[in-house]
Design a protein around this ligand. Sequence first.
Ligand code: AMP
Ligand code: FE
Ligand code: FE
Ligand code: ZN
Length: 285
Amino acid sequence: MRVDLHTHSARSDGTDSPAELMAAAVAAGLDVIALTDHDTTAGWAEAAAQRPRGLTVVPGVELSCASPVTGADAIGVHLLGYLFDAEHPDFRDARVRLRESRHGRAEEMVRRMRASGLPIDWERVSALAAGGPVGRPHMARALVGAGLAATVDEAFRLHLHHGSPYYVRKADVDVGDGVRMVRAAGGVPVLAHALAGRRGRVVGDDVIADLAAAGLLGLEVDHPDHTEEDRRHLRGVAGELGLLCTGSSDYHGTNKQTPIGVFGTAPAVLDTIIGLSTGTRPYAD
Ligand code: AMP
Ligand code: FE
Ligand code: FE
Ligand code: ZN
């Protein structure tokens, strides 16, 4: 059984609709995927309604967090949440705030780029986000469309990376609060790509230990942005702290090179995640 617990649809910054994402999973020979769009559960209903027979879909989210949450030393952290109750008020309100913050932040990044002579069009960026949480991949596609970068990857390298003068931070959730909210909503929190250093500074083992004490249940160990050494280290940390180890592709359609299913999660770990959750059930036959 092949299980990929981290994928994005066009409801956030992927390029496949939820139906296309599920078709891609089937075509790749996967049995289970989690739908983990950034800061939104907007794709859950379509995934439930259009799921191909035989494919299991784990509804989830990838929450924009930081540790600490403000200040110059804040480190951006992504928290995966699985099988939570999407209507839980505190958690739902946090996602609304994150999406609103993304909107203002994207407008400011576009304003900065335009002010320094990069004629990126806000209407285009906004249209690409299609009413969902707007992110840098939407800006990247607009830059490519305007001929200001050759590829999404080049747009990141030239203009959108975290050290760029155009970069503006989002208002993230404190990652400890994120863990507590996922648990309060009956979900299973797993720290995403914790050592993905090319995205910026990463948290230390002390932070991971604090999160485990706050209710974190797993670490995403096998991820395309981790080196072999990162993966070995995280597996050790997970062993010491009694955390689950997951693996996944972080598929974003054509916004990234990564094929769906490039890393996977052990079926027994998936069973444990399902067993620990009380918020909602997977979509399955
Ligand atoms: P944001 O959430 O708006 O800060 O944008 C971060 C998103 O951009 C993450 O989902 C990443 O998957 C994506 N991303 C980061 N670096 C790159 C890159 N070099 N090429 C394509 N996507 C990227
Ligand atoms: Fe993304
Ligand atoms: Fe992420
Ligand atoms: Zn992701």
